[in-house]
Design a protein around this ligand. Structure first.
Ligand SMILES: [Zn+2]
Length: 81
């Protein structure tokens, strides 16, 4: 990741990187499954995501790591007709 700030989607100020969170997916039907779809069916594992918090309005946003972005790209490509 090139920067520790991202533009807040709510107020437009700089949201600050806080930490990398690990989300447990698979096995149980967690809310994360809504974000990653069938990846949740691959078995229980931990998926890291960057957590950004806007100090101005308090909005919390998650960003995929580079590895997760590449997986998303491969899933998107496999769904093309
Ligand atoms: Zn904000």
């Amino acid at each position: 990741m090139s920067s520790n700030t991202r533009r807040c989607s709510s107020c437009g100020r700089d949201a600050q990187f806080v930490y990398t969170a690990e989300f447990r997916v698979g096995g149980t039907s967690g809310g994360i499954k809504l974000l990653i779809g069938e990846w949740g069916e691959l078995g229980e594992k931990m998926i890291p995501m960057y957590v950004f918090v806007c100090p101005n309005c308090g909005k919390v946003e998650l960003y995929a790591t580079e590895d997760l972005r590449q997986r998303a790209a491969s899933v998107a490509n496999s769904r093309q007709p």
